[in-house]
Design a protein around this ligand. Structure first.
Ligand code: G3P
Length: 214
């Protein structure tokens, strides 16, 4: 499973890139707004740091508007991916962009049917939102598992980006459910590499090391 960082924060990306854990980056309008910077500047800087796919989202709700934004964003870097919402207009724009060879990520997927539609329209990536389904008492990971089965069963090449990942449990379950990619907020990462027994183990080794003749 690939790891994407779900952030618009360039410093965070630079820090995690050093660990070899960044296969790509996803952003959304909320994450970009947090940075207080010009959208184009943020995306261009991220694409210069990360060689993998970097998702940048359109905000228009109509097909012409989406395509206009998408064509502009697609000029910013060769590794940029156009993120579009799961709506009828989003599907039409996704289909058009796929015919033009422009990569797309259809976001805000909350059902198998939505994921299937996006994949059929030609999406490169489909993004089921696990945490937001859990928020309303629905098993978000079941969606990831079933979507993977459906895509494989019908030979659809779209890749699943498990999004809205909030916990270590989400991340591990996404890997087991067959998500091709998990997109993770930087704040979650330490909980992925930390374990109390690792800390205790280091402490014990260092204590014993003091007894070794020097
Ligand atoms: O990639 C989508 C993700 O950013 C949404 O996460 O935590 O706002 O539901 P969250």
């Amino acid at each position: 499973m690939k790891f994407y960082l779900d952030t618009g924060n360039v410093e965070e990306i630079k820090r995690i890139v050093k660990l070899g854990l960044v296969d790509g980056v996803t952003t959304n309008p909320s994450l970009i707004a947090k940075e207080g910077r010009v959208f184009k500047d943020v995306i261009k800087e991220i694409t210069s740091i990360v060689s993998g796919p970097v998702s940048a989202e359109v905000v228009a709700l109509d097909v012409d508007g989406m395509l206009k934004e998408a064509h502009e964003i697609a000029q910013w870097a060769p590794n940029v991916v156009i993120k579009l919402p799961m709506t009828e207009a989003g599907l039409e724009a996704t289909h058009q962009l796929s015919k033009e060879g422009i990569k797309t990520n259809v976001t805000l997927i909350f059902s198998v049917a939505q994921g299937l539609m996006a994949a059929k329209a030609g999406a490169t990536y489909v993004s089921p939102f696990v945490g937001r389904l859990d928020d309303i008492g629905v098993d978000g990971m079941k969606l990831v598992r079933e979507l993977r089965e459906v895509l494989d069963f019908h030979d659809l090449p779209a890749q699943i980006i498990a999004a809205s990942i909030r916990t270590l449990g989400h991340l591990e379950a996404a890997a087991l459910a067959g998500a091709h990619i998990a997109t993770i907020p930087g704040s979650l990462l330490p909980s992925l590499w930390k374990h109390p027994l690792t800390d205790v183990g280091i402490e014990r080794f260092l204590k014993d090391w003091e007894k070794v003749p020097k």
